[in-house]
Ligand binder design. Structure first.
Ligand SMILES: [Zn+2]
Length: 154
């Protein structure tokens, strides 16, 4: 029912201080990566628009929340401070999905638990989305439990 679609556009190379191999001013290949969750194939829900930087020295990829068009405005050390490892990107997608399915009992819990573990120490929307998903899920479970009680004792 829910699928993932990824669209990429190749950008020009930039200079960047790589946080993994610690090379300063190394050439990085850039790509814009749009990840969309699709609901029933036809309904695209854009999750994230990111720019990928691939270090030409160590080959590792990191992501920034900057549009590919504006990436040249940032200096090598500014880019170094802003990049995020792939697990954080996955954690963001997880937070979004948790919120999306939060009204579905049990299914939501499967997504909420890893999202909570990965996002609880972050400062952005990911943590808020996870907490909102938890609240919605608890309400749904409480509602179902009440329904069960009413059914059993009436
Ligand atoms: Zn590197």
């Amino acid at each position: 029912m829910i699928g993932v679609k990824e669209e990429t556009i190749q950008g020009e190379d930039v200079l960047y201080d790589c946080p993994i191999c610690n090379e300063k001013g190394i050439v990085a290949e850039t790509r814009s990566v749009d990840t969309a969750l699709t609901l029933l194939v036809v309904l695209p829900l854009i999750v994230q628009k990111r720019t990928e930087l691939k270090c030409t020295s160590c080959g590792k990829r990191r992501y920034v929340d900057i549009d590919l068009k504006y990436i040249h405005r940032y200096s090598p050390d500014e880019l170094c401070e802003m990049v995020e490892p792939p697990w954080k990107v996955a954690a963001s997608a997880l937070a979004f999905c948790s919120l999306l399915v939060s009204i579905l009992p049990i299914i939501a819990i499967v997504l909420i638990i890893p999202s909570f573990v990965m996002n609880r120490k972050r400062k952005g929307w990911q943590r808020v989305a996870t907490y909102v998903a938890i609240c919605i899920q608890l309400l749904v479970l409480a509602f179902l439990f009440l329904g069960f009680l009413v059914d059993t004792f009436s």
